[in-house]
Design a protein around this ligand. Structure first.
Ligand code: ATP
Ligand code: MG
Length: 406
């Protein structure tokens, strides 16, 4: 894998935040520091709207890019070479670098953030482009170049890069409030967590299980998912809630077709209790409209009417295939597809209700002591602190970072 000594990571939305800008940037830098821990980082500075990472020895670019791809708020990850302080230095550096490439056409693009430099960016582009053309004979194409040679001029001099890895986008995790994510162990809910963290939210997690009726190994699977999600945010709490006593009551006393919806209402109530306890302002689920019978608009709203807290469903408008693509990018897919028995696959009805209402669910659950069952589950739940993160190998290396010539 090609090695680099310096990386510039750019920000987009973060640089637009007026009054909060410094706070956003401090979070972003802290998150980048955490992601790079263990690599030989010599310095991490923040000139203008960029992060400049300097390594004390060359590191594989793919490895650094993989880690920075978990830092929300970054819009691009650039393996840069320092190219001195004037145009002659730049042309000499280009003379050393460009022969490795053989594009059909090229262009030079310059960003000049040091306004004291005597040439404009267009003049720099022309001079540098002319020098490259003299050296290589490559045709210039300014509208759709095969290779773009980027130059950045700032108070540290000139930087060159030829490869651009898209960043993860979003806002720095930790700047968007707190949420409690209902994490099942399937494909969807870890992606819901990923998307909320991407908008800056810090998450804790709650998982409902039917142990001992189901295999306790499923709990370890959920812990591993939290460890993967910790690669984005550091650490999290995971509440493990035994749902079996409630499920048994529902199976014994309520009509079969309502089972899943009634389990869900209890999950919401218990989730709300922990959200309040943790001072989080929303519950997050991986529901997607129409994916299964419990996720029709009627059923989603009827279930949610059991609680007051807002429920965020970032996957509501996504297709399964789009969710799978995101799960692979987030690094959760391989763990999610390991077989496990979810608590809701336990005693599932053959013909679940597809269109119920809040009133109907209140009627069918009126035979239960809802308050006592909820309180007992909250009392019997275990709160785990998951401080460790999974191996970085879980996160895919961005394909653009595998380019051999940078
Ligand atoms: P997933 O892939 O996340 O399991 P799913 O498509 O299987 O989702 P459902 O089983 O209907 O969908 O669950 C919908 C949502 O309800 C989940 O995305 C999750 O947020 C929540 N949920 C379901 N089961 C559990 C559970 N055992 N523990 C915590 N949350 C759960
Ligand atoms: Mg599920």
């Amino acid at each position: 894998m090609t090695k680099v000594r310096r990386i510039i990571a750019t920000t987009h939305e973060v640089s637009l935040k007026g009054g909060n800008r410094r706070w956003f940037e401090r979070r972003l830098t802290a998150n980048a520091n955490r992601a790079l821990a263990g690599l030989p980082v010599a310095g991490l500075s923040r000139p203008a709207w960029r992060l400049l990472v300097t390594f004390s020895e060359p590191v594989p670019f793919g490895e650094a890019a993989r880690r920075l791809s978990t830092v929300f708020g970054l819009s691009a990850i650039l393996p840069v070479h320092h190219a001195g302080y004037d145009l002659e230095d730049v042309i000499a550096e280009l003379g050393r670098r460009v022969p490795a490439f053989s594009p059909r056409s090229f262009a030079v693009r310059c960003i000049r953030s040091d306004k004291s430099f005597p040439m404009t960016s267009v003049e720099i582009e022309r001079e540098a482009g002319g020098a490259v053309q003299d050296l290589t004979g490559w045709p210039v194409d300014l509208t759709n170049p095969d290779l773009t040679i980027h130059l950045l001029l700032d108070r540290n001099g000139f930087w060159i890069w030829m490869v651009r890895v898209p960043g993860p986008g979003g806002l720095p995790t930790g700047t968007g409030g707190r949420g409690l994510c209902m994490l099942s162990g399937g494909i969807d809910s870890p992606v819901a967590a990923y998307l909320m963290m991407k908008r800056g939210m810090r998450l804790d997690f709650v998982h409902f299980h039917s142990v001992p009726a189901t295999d306790p190994a499923s709990l370890e699977k959920v812990r591993e998912l939290v460890r993967i999600l910790n690669l984005y945010q550091g650490r999290a709490r995971l509440v493990m809630v035994p749902l079996l006593p409630i499920q048994k009551e529902i199976v014994d006393r309520c009509p079969e077709s309502f089972r899943i919806l009634l389990y869900r209402r209890f999950m919401m109530r218990i989730g709300q209790a922990f959200a309040r306890n943790f001072r989080t302002r929303a519950l997050i689920t991986g529901e997607s409209l129409g994916q299964v019978a419990s996720q029709t608009v009627e059923n989603l709203t009827a279930v949610q009417s059991a609680i007051e807290l807002p429920v965020f469903r970032p996957l509501i408008g996504l297709d399964k295939q789009e969710i799978v693509t995101l799960a692979r990018r987030a690094g959760t897919y391989d763990v999610s597809i390991q077989p496990h028995i979810d608590c809701c696959t336990y005693f599932v009805p053959d013909h679940p209700e597809t269109r119920t209402s809040a009133e109907e669910l209140e009627t069918v659950e009126s035979v239960l002591d809802v308050k006592a069952l909820t309180e007992a589950a909250v009392r019997d739940a275990g709160i785990e602190r998951i401080d460790e993160a999974a191996s970085w190998e879980r996160i895919p290396i961005p394909p653009e970072a595998l380019e051999r010539r940078i």
